[in-house]
Design a protein around this ligand. Structure first.
Ligand code: ATP
Ligand code: MG
Length: 348
């Protein structure tokens, strides 16, 4: 199923109007097609089903970007623009700036007392990220602890549903452990236990076909790219190196153009027919790429237009951020009061 079909899909039975969703992104760069396939399309669906908080996690981004905080602050607005341009509706999806919700930071501070260093070091996703970044004794403590900060974010808005890719499942496990520890301490269900909503979309590969599309690898089509840039990126997309002559049979597996068509082409029958002809031989790469250009232009053209319009009115975008952040703070203040009570903290 393409992500476009997902976004317009009928309500999923396991989600009710009483659910509260928390999701978000680290503002380390503009969002790309991988984000659209992996999470944004699903958020467009979820916002029609229940209340949603979408967090711009700038504090979390600082845990491995403290040497270059400008990278984080610069991208807050970019990510907010991406959200609004794809059609997140601030009336249904509160867009929240993490650093402007001090209640989340205070909750994280309290939760840190419920988690051991050994537990933090066991988190398989964090371990892998530490390895990728080459951290040793210079590992920022904030980075090791970011799953606790995520537990704070999730519980602050009393989220019941957290949509994530499989790599994020350990974060939700950590959150559930913290929720149970708080509730045990309280002797009552002070915090709701959030459920995980696992993404079923395969990872969108990067242009080079070597890994997933990602901001830091610079191998992605960004949502804000103009059509010339998109065309140039499609031109250098990895196809099948064995497909030398048009009449040769081509491979569809591992072919980034087909993977991207699978994700975004609204007509899967047409894609199946293209695959059949490509495998049989006689269909040039350039023909498949032309199809992808059309499909992506249909998706990104309107997004680009809305984004340009919004970018002309940054005051309006800031107002949306402020309102979303206030909504999150109102909820977070109630949760924080309850958790402070569990720890026996009184305000003088
Ligand atoms: P970075 O390179 O800084 O790690 P990134 O491009 O990998 O950035 P993240 O902010 O790490 O983006 O990703 C956040 C979430 O976006 C992921 O957990 C996943 O749900 C989704 N996502 C990112 N890239 C892809 C992709 N290529 N395909 C599908 N989903 C993706
Ligand atoms: Mg990443």
């Amino acid at each position: 199923m393409s992500v476009l079909a997902l976004a317009s899909q009928a309500p999923a039975p396991e989600i009710t109007a009483a659910d509260v969703v928390l999701t978000g992104d680290r503002p380390t760069g503009p969002l790309h097609l991988g984000h659209y396939a992996g999470s944004l399309a699903n958020r467009l669906r979820l916002q029609r089903l229940c209340r949603q908080f979408v967090l711009i996690a700038d504090l979390q981004a600082l845990t491995d970007n403290a040497a270059d905080p400008g990278r984080v602050s610069r991208n807050v607005m970019e990510v907010a623009l991406d959200y609004l341009a794809i059609g997140l509706d601030p009336a249904r999806s509160a867009i929240v700036l993490q650093s402007a919700v001090p209640e989340m930071a205070e909750l994280a501070m309290l939760y840190l007392n419920l988690v051991t260093v050994a537990r933090l070091e066991r988190n398989p996703t964090v371990r892998e990220e530490i390895r990728q970044r080459g951290f040793a004794r210079d590992l920022p403590a904030g980075f090791l602890c970011y799953p606790v900060s995520q537990a704070a974010d999730i519980t602050a808005v009393a989220a019941t549903l957290v949509p994530v890719g499989a790599d994020q499942a350990p974060m939700l496990e950590q959150t559930v452990e913290i929720v149970r520890a708080v509730n045990r301490l309280a002797g009552a269900a002070v915090l709701p236990e959030p459920r995980i909503l696992l993404s079923t979309m395969p990872r969108l590969p990067g242009l080079d076909g070597r890994g997933k599309a990602s901001k830091s690898a610079g191998n992605a089509i960004d949502l804000r790219d103009d059509s010339d840039t998109v065309r140039a990126k499609i031109r250098r997309m990895y196809t099948d190196p064995g497909h030398l002559r048009v009449e040769d049979p081509g491979k569809v597996e591992g072919n980034v153009v087909f993977a991207t068509l699978d994700a975004f082409d609204p007509d899967p029958t047409a894609v199946a027919e293209l695959k059949r002809r490509y495998r049989a031989g006689g269909l040039p790469d350039v023909a498949v790429k032309r199809r992808l250009e059309e499909v992506l232009e249909a998706l990104l053209g309107p997004i680009r237009e809305r984004r340009a319009q919004l970018a002309r009115d940054p005051g309006e975008v800031r107002a949306v951020l402020r309102q979303g952040t206030e909504a999150a703070r109102a909820q977070a203040a109630r949760v924080l009061d309850a958790v402070r009570g569990v720890f026996g903290l009184a305000r003088p």
